[in-house]
Write a protein that binds this ligand. Structure first.
Ligand SMILES: NC(=O)c1ccc[n+]([C@@H]2O[C@H](COP(=O)([O-])OP(=O)(O)OC[C@H]3O[C@@H](n4cnc5c(N)ncnc54)[C@H](O)[C@@H]3O)[C@@H](O)[C@H]2O)c1
Length: 366
């Protein structure tokens, strides 16, 4: 394939970040958009100069002049939409979380394998230049043998136009029975994925305490053991509604720290700009501080993510993130809930379905 003819399904809140990389890539033509909201899909097709619109995913899949689809529909629809796309012979990129249960993910992968199409999960963190740089440094031995992965997230008061312009209906399905969990499922799946990817070693045991916060927020502290005994991981999430989080996107700030026997790396931001530090800092074996000034705008992760899907289709190679990696991230997410629910360590690989916190869902469907 020399050029990818792409259809995009689900033109909601994430579409405008997700699509820019495809629109900018000369190796890709975005030929159609699909959304059940006729007014929205037509408006965005005009704005992005996309020639065709469809009112359903099925109509998009029936278009023979589409090679690949980017699926941006609500997470609870991903299973049906991915299986339908695979059966229609389309290559598939689907937003994280891959699906609501581990068994649904496995069914999706079986359909993909049967159809022989390319499949990847759209995980923008794997294409965020500061995280990519950190991973390269770890792999090159810049910190010796990794011994600890720490990930911190603080959800505060966002002040960006982007956040103010989000469509509230995009949150309804996140807060009710359509989702197995709240913020720890919908957003922290990015962080779980990075925990499995920055240091690519299996996680064998998880302990955690998860609390119920307002709306769908879930303050938590967790730690886990990797297969290698001298490698541990930890994560915390705080909710600080009165604290302003500066930045152009969501009002949440993120921080990664990877410690090794010979050094340490910080990634100081993702979608916000709280710390105002260089995006990647490496403290070396000699005690020196090296800074890396890579592109740290959050939107770069989406650009590079789209490019990676196009690269994979044109070169016939597997783009990140694989379905197997997405399953490991989902198992880690559910292991956190289960460890907290049962007050005991949990092996993520034992989880086949889904796990929710006891108060879930906070809002009932009408
Ligand atoms: N990578 C990230 O940083 C990030 C951020 C936000 C959302 N997401 C993920 O992206 C996905 C979409 O999230 P969102 O916030 O854009 O949700 P949203 O609800 O704002 O958008 C979903 C869109 O899908 C449309 N839709 C529903 N059923 C459809 C169907 N059958 N066919 C075609 N369109 C249909 C809706 O009308 C809506 O426009 C979710 O899986 C979410 O977790 C990822």
């Amino acid at each position: 394939m020399d050029k990818v003819r792409l259809g995009v399904a689900g033109i909601g809140n994430i579409a405008k970040l997700n699509i820019t990389g495809y629109l900018d890539d000369p190796r890709c033509d975005v030929v159609a958009l699909a959304d059940t909201r006729a007014d929205k899909v037509k408006r965005m097709a005009e704005e992005w100069d996309v020639p065709r619109t469809y009112a359903s995913l099925d109509a998009l899949l029936a278009d023979d002049e589409i090679d690949a689809v980017e699926i941006l529909t609500p997470t609870f629809m991903h299973k049906d939409h991915v299986i339908a796309a695979a059966r229609a012979g389309k290559h598939i990129s689907v937003q994280k979380p891959m699906a609501n249960t581990v068994s649904d993910c496995r069914e999706m992968l079986a359909a993909v394998e049967e159809a022989g199409v390319t499949f990847r999960v759209t995980e923008n963190c794997f294409h965020y230049p500061p995280l990519v740089k950190a991973r390269e440094l770890v792999a090159a031995g810049a910190i010796g043998t990794p011994t600890m992965v720490r990930i911190k997230t603080v959800v505060g008061h966002g002040v960006s136009d982007f956040q103010n312009e989000l469509e509230p209906e995009g949150y309804i399905w996140r807060f009710n029975e359509h989702s197995p969990g709240g913020h720890l499922f919908d957003d922290m799946i990015h962080k779980y994925a990075t925990a499995c990817w920055l240091v690519p070693e299996a996680i064998k045991s998880v302990q955690a305490v998860v609390r119920q916060g307002p709306l769908f927020f879930e303050p938590m502290a967790a730690f886990w053991e990797y297969d290698r005994d001298d490698l541990l991981g930890m994560m915390d999430v705080e909710y600080a509604p009165e604290m302003t989080i500066p930045g152009k996107y969501w009002g949440a700030d993120e921080w990664w720290e990877i410690q090794g026997t010979e050094g340490l790396i910080w990634v100081t931001r993702l979608c916000a700009e709280l710390y105002r530090l260089p995006p990647v800092i490496h403290f070396t074996k000699e005690g020196e501080r090296r800074e890396f000034d890579v592109d740290a705008d959050y939107v770069a992760s989406f650009h590079n993510m789209s490019r990676a899907f196009v690269d994979g289709l044109i070169s016939g190679t597997q783009p990140d993130m694989t379905g197997e990696m997405a399953i490991r991230a989902l198992q880690l997410c559910f292991a956190v809930y289960q460890a907290s629910n049962e007050k005991r360590p949990v092996d993520p690989s034992t989880i086949d379905g889904k796990v929710s916190p006891p108060w879930w869902p906070p809002f009932k469907m009408a």
